[in-house]
Design a protein around this ligand. Structure first.
Ligand code: SAM
Ligand code: SF4
Length: 360
């Protein structure tokens, strides 16, 4: 029996599932050729990979003012990340999103993006990025040159003072320069906006109009109870169906047939090239079609954003043990939870780790 760190709030059933999946006779060569399919029949072909848990901002709903970050020696090196991506592509992963923390503050990240871009057309169909946009002014062109075609940029307001307040230290002007650079470089942009009652709830129509003018898509996200922050998330929680109804007074929204395998429901904004996405983990569960796993910057792989189930991949990567790496991936995927268990009114967050640790 392979020894792995395996934990989940649902306990025994998942451990059993893991043991049923992994046996000494499992050969690496057969594992390497096998797609990652979980016990509910969901095929994992999408990975979100955090390259750092650090960030140059401190968004109030995401991080606490004082955060403790992973010691740098624990971060996967670029060589380890490449080894990991090789293994994931071997197992049928077709789409990779780099995230964080803020992925673009990791030193040398352009080199990493360039190296990962070489997998495109050789197993990998798409390499994307989620960023707060602060570094795009200087990096957008090289990101595009590496093969990235679209990016998500988080922007919760267009008001400079409000931006400073939400991010605790951000400069909106810098992000707008970054967005211009992304546009000029030919990167398609989707804006991610977390809906916050009492904070940015008067700005959705203006943000959507702004996105329509620029040809950006917009995705609104319900705030999720991940990790302790100073703010009371319950007080700022806003169900997105009411937001959609309010937007429908200003825009003609028609449900889109687009299905990405991701959590968003999409609407076409009639008369524009913009699509509106709604991510509603609290009001509408989207787990049945989940196609993804998430890997932290230190090599912990999670089956679900809203659960504790995880396995450490770093020991296998540090030892260069590809067989063990595949076994650990099998173990994680076979025990992938059926669904998250977010409850905004709960006194403690669904999971103790912040979104910036798991890789949002
Ligand atoms: N730093 C990058 C950024 O902000 O885009 C990437 C990492 S960030 C954790 C990824 C996404 O998670 C962002 O769109 C952010 O707004 C969102 N996010 C962070 N904490 C969240 C929470 N508690 N609930 C909902 N969305 C959250
Ligand atoms: Fe940083 Fe992104 Fe979290 Fe904001 S949401 S603190 S930019 S990781």
């Amino acid at each position: 029996m392979t020894s792995v760190d395996f934990s989940d709030v649902t306990g025994a059933r998942l451990v059993l599932a893991a043991r049923e999946t992994i046996s000494p006779e499992d050969g690496a060569s057969s594992a390497a050729a096998t797609p990652l399919v979980d016990s509910f029949g969901r095929t994992i072909d999408y990975v979100r990979l955090s390259v750092t848990d650090r960030c140059d901002l401190r968004c109030r709903y995401c991080m606490a003012e004082e955060m403790t970050f992973a010691p740098r020696p624990e971060l996967l090196t670029f060589a380890e990340i490449e080894q990991l991506v090789d293994a994931l592509v071997d197992r049928g992963v077709r789409r990779l999103r780099l995230t964080g923390g803020e992925p673009l503050v990791r030193r040398g990240v352009e080199t990493l993006i360039d190296r990962l871009g070489r997998h495109l057309g050789r197993g990998l169909d798409e390499l994307t990025l989620t960023t707060n946009g602060t570094q795009l002014g200087r990096m957008a062109a090289s990101i595009r040159a590496a093969g990235v075609r679209r990016i998500n940029v988080s922007l919760d307001t267009l008001d400079p003072k409000q931006y400073q307040r939400i991010t605790r230290r951000g400069n909106l002007g810098k992000v707008l320069v970054g967005l211009d650079a992304a546009h000029s470089a030919g990167l398609a942009v989707k804006i991610n906006m977390v809906a916050l009652a009492g904070i940015n709830d008067g700005e959705f129509a203006a943000m959507l109009a702004w996105c329509c003018d620029r040809g950006f898509d917009l995705t609104l996200i319900e705030t999720m109870p991940l990790g302790l922050v100073e703010e009371n998330r319950t007080a700022h929680y806003l169900p997105l169906d009411t937001v959609r109804e309010a937007l429908a007074e200003h825009f003609v929204l028609s449900p889109s047939t687009l299905r990405t395998g991701g959590p968003a429901r999409y609407y076409e904004v009639t008369g524009t090239a913009t699509r509106l996405g709604l991510i509603t983990p609290l009001t509408q569960n989207f787990c049945a079609g989940c196609n993804r796993i998430r890997i932290s910057a230190t090599g912990t792989v999670y089956g679900c954003l809203g659960r504790d189930q995880h396995i450490e991949l770093r020991p296998a990567l540090r030892e260069g043990d590809v067989d063990e790496l595949h076994k650990r991936l099998d173990c994680l995927v076979s025990g992938k939870p059926r669904r998250h268990d977010f409850q905004i009114a709960a006194q403690t967050p669904a999971v103790a780790r912040h979104m910036s640790v798991t890789g949002g």
